[in-house]
Design a protein around this ligand. Structure first.
Ligand code: COA
Length: 402
């Protein structure tokens, strides 16, 4: 059997990180490792050992994740999961997941969340698809809005250092509006969102803010890829992130991006299905939106996680929860506007914890899960009641893959 334990020092951390590095390319250099350690504490990296050598790793960022109702809940942001190809399909990932979920539980983080490299990996560990997001490839000639937009704000370029100070309040506004957003710390803004790596210096990311009514209400991170063919612009403007604190600011920052000269196409990714852009555009079909699973959520402590979000109406549903990996969650839970509590009452719905994780942020309806055979309705009408209770708008949005 493999031994799994948290990395004891930076050197072990680096070798565990090379579990995913095996697939990305070279091991992290010293600078890269130093940067990683500023956002992922050493002890949050689990390493798997075989005969004394490290053969895999799994990290968990100490996140707070926004949940329906506008509050945030402590969440292990699962990342850099990788097993050396010499040791694949021998149970190393399972051992890492077991140890990591126990650790997240002991730390009192009720949630875990991740982006899955493949959809087939994490369901067995209790994760469910909790949000959907997609990308657009919009030809500029189809970038008109349906209605004229009165532009009241002003855009200006800012340096990465200015961005680190000006972007966070807009992000915080997003956290209050939408579930699924994790809080970015100062090192995160500096080292992950606004850093310009050496290889990017010839055409760096641009940072723009929109000033409106005396404050920064929106920002964008983007990069043009210039190209001309037979005298005509064929370039692409890649939008990495565009966030507005208000509907007006969101519309204005997008109008700015769509109007930049010399681009034939505008691309953006990770947009939620209910992004206002799709109704602002006169021809949303032309954006060629393609969506798939985005953030996956795992309820590590079912009671605390369910009590951390708000519910609609005065209904009550009793779930009988199965959880093979975190058995402390098993049993019956009553959920209502008062939160979640253990109960001896008869269950309305029986399900695996991964199904509850899917429903948690409000993106995946219980009825869809019923139709997909992912739950058992024990009392007629219980699924309709559960959907009314868990209903939450806007949909979750996690704008960054971690
Ligand atoms: C995905 C990965 C971590 C799996 O590690 P592993 O040690 O081979 O997995 P395990 O042997 O512990 O497998 C545990 C279970 O998951 C299943 N499984 C593992 N990887 C899977 C995959 N990619 N697709 C489907 N099932 C998978 C195994 O069949 C096993 O199933 P079982 O419990 O029913 O027997 C490893 O293949 C890897 O590093 N892949 C490349 C990097 C990557 O994708 N990392 C995930 C980033 S989100």
């Amino acid at each position: 059997m493999f031994e799994v334990r948290p990395a004891a020092n930076a050197e072990e951390f680096g070798r565990a990180l090379y579990g995913i590095g095996q697939y990305f390319g070279a091991p992290a250099d010293e600078e890269g490792l130093e940067r990683f350690l500023q956002v992922l504490p050493v002890e949050r990296m689990h390493a798997a050992f075989d005969h004394g050598g490290i053969v895999g790793g799994a990290g968990a960022f100490p996140f707070e994740l926004s949940v329906p109702g506008g509050e945030s809940v402590a969440c292990g942001g699962v990342t850099v999961v990788g097993v050396y190809p010499t040791h694949r399909r021998r149970g190393v990932l399972r051992a890492l997941m077991d140890a990591q979920l126990r650790d997240i539980h002991e730390r009192g983080e009720p949630l875990a969340a991740l982006w899955a490299s493949e959809e087939t990996i994490y369901g067995r560990f209790g994760y469910g698809i909790a949000s959907w997001a997609g990308d657009i490839v919009l030809p500029r000639e189809w970038a008109a809005f349906a209605e004229p937009l009165e532009r009241r704000g002003r855009t200006r370029f800012v340096t990465p250092e200015e961005a680190q100070a000006l972007f966070p309040p807009v992000w915080e506004a997003l956290m209050r509006q939408r579930p699924g957003v994790f809080r970015r710390t100062e090192p995160w803004w500096r080292l992950r969102r606004t850093r310009i790596p050496d290889e990017e210096k010839s055409n760096p990311k641009r940072f723009v803010v929109l000033d409106l009514d005396g404050e920064v209400q929106a920002y964008a991170v983007f990069k043009p890829e210039m190209k001309f063919g037979r005298g005509v612009p064929e370039g692409t403007l890649n939008v990495f992130e565009a966030v507005g604190a208000t509907p007006q600011a969101t519309a204005e920052i997008w109008r700015f991006l769509l109007d930049i000269d010399w681009q034939a196409t505008i691309t953006a990714s990770l947009l939620p299905p209910d992004h206002p852009l799709f109704l602002l555009l006169a021809n949303p079909r032309r954006a060629d939106y393609r969506s798939s699973d985005a953030l996956w959520v795992r309820l590590v402590d079912v009671g605390a996680a369910l009590s951390g979000r708000v519910y609609a109406g005065d209904g009550r549903v009793v779930f009988d929860v199965r959880d093979a990996v975190c058995p402390w969650n098993e049993g019956r839970w009553a959920v209502s506007a008062d939160g979640a509590a253990r109960t001896d009452d008869a269950a309305d719905i029986a399900l695996d914890v991964s199904t509850l994780g899917s429903a948690y942020l409000g993106a995946t309806a219980f009825v869809q899960q019923l139709w997909a055979g992912r739950l058992e309705e024990l009392v007629d009408g219980a699924v309709v009641r559960a959907d009314a209770l868990f209903a939450s708008r806007p949909l979750p949005w996690c704008p960054e893959i971690f």
